[in-house]
Ligand binder design. Structure first.
Ligand code: PLP
Length: 285
């Protein structure tokens, strides 16, 4: 079955799905995106993703291309046409098409909208979660507004590639003070030896992950202690557990960081439990 994409008002086979070469997303990475998990054919936490999308658009002064309900209808239609039961839906909005000039177009152009969806391999995700993943660290070299979910992801691309080349699954950015900011495509967490669950505050230096905010609700319900504070690589070395969160990984245990094992080098009980419980607290629509 050929995959179907939504591109600027039309549903087209993926091989025919294309955008204008002067789309500002293509030329300047002048756009934003969202990724939602699809589980049992339903969308996980869509209201929070759409709220973050609105914020990202606002920060870049890109006009919303349509009402949230219309966008939601397109997202559902793409999922339906691609018959996804377990996977992801990807939504991208760029400032639109205009003659190449760094400054915004002087006559307003319509934002460009692309939606795609694809299946993920459930067994492989569960396998990764059962074994835990390895992470490598890399110097933080991104711009100062990574709280905006922009498609400008070159440092993340290079970090992820460095991870792959070193046999790891994710890369953690570490700033000059030795503080872990976040992963190339996930938020970073540790569990201290006395059971406190730690993640850094969502300021401008990380993306405020939707999975991260839902996990706050999970922690509260399970009466686990949350500490929103920066943590360093030394803290990671002393931690009992570590894990990452994202819409595609949910809670993914980390068992190695660079050359050192985390805790006893096995998937820990806190990460395992949070992964098991997560979808009880997620919103399905
Ligand atoms: N941080 C970065 C840089 C990401 O790219 C992502 C997701 O892709 C996240 C964090 C996690 O965000 P979410 O939980 O909303 O998927």
């Amino acid at each position: 079955m050929s995959r179907i994409a939504y591109v600027n008002g039309r549903y087209v086979p993926l091989r025919d799905a294309s955008v204008n070469v002067e789309d500002r997303g293509y030329q300047f990475a002048d756009g934003v995106y969202e990724v939602c998990e699809i589980r049992d054919g339903r969308i996980v936490d869509m209201p929070r993703h759409l709220a973050r999308l609105k914020r990202s658009l606002g920060e870049l002064r890109i006009a919303a291309p349509m009402a949230p309900a219309a966008l939601e209808a397109i997202i559902r239609e793409v999922i339906r046409r691609n018959r996804i039961t377990y996977g992801i839906v990807y939504l991208q909005i760029t400032r639109g098409v205009a003659r190449r000039d760094h400054a915004f177009p002087t006559t307003p152009v319509k934002p460009a909208v692309v939606v795609t969806a694809r299946s993920l391999n459930f067994a492989r995700s569960e396998d990764n979660a059962a074994n835990g993943i390895a992470v490598v660290t890399t110097p933080e070299n991104r711009w100062a507004r990574v709280d905006i979910k922009s498609v400008s992801l070159l440092p993340n691309v290079l970090a992820k590639q460095a991870a792959r080349e070193r046999g790891a699954y994710e890369a953690w950015f570490v700033d000059r003070d030795g503080v872990v900011t976040e992963g190339a495509s996930s938020n970073a967490w540790i569990v201290t030896r006395d059971g406190r669950v730690v993640t850094r505050p969502a300021d401008h230096s990380i993306l405020s992950g939707i999975t991260r905010t839902v996990l706050f609700n999970v922690l509260e319900a399970l009466q686990l202690k949350l500490e929103e504070r920066p943590f360093t690589l030394d803290d990671v070395r002393n931690a009992a557990e570590a894990f990452v969160t994202s819409a595609t990984q949910i809670v993914m245990p980390v068992v190695r960081v660079d050359d050192g094992q985390v805790g006893d080098g096995k998937v820990g009980p806190v990460a395992r439990r949070l992964r098991e419980e997560f979808h009880r607290f997620a919103h399905f629509s």
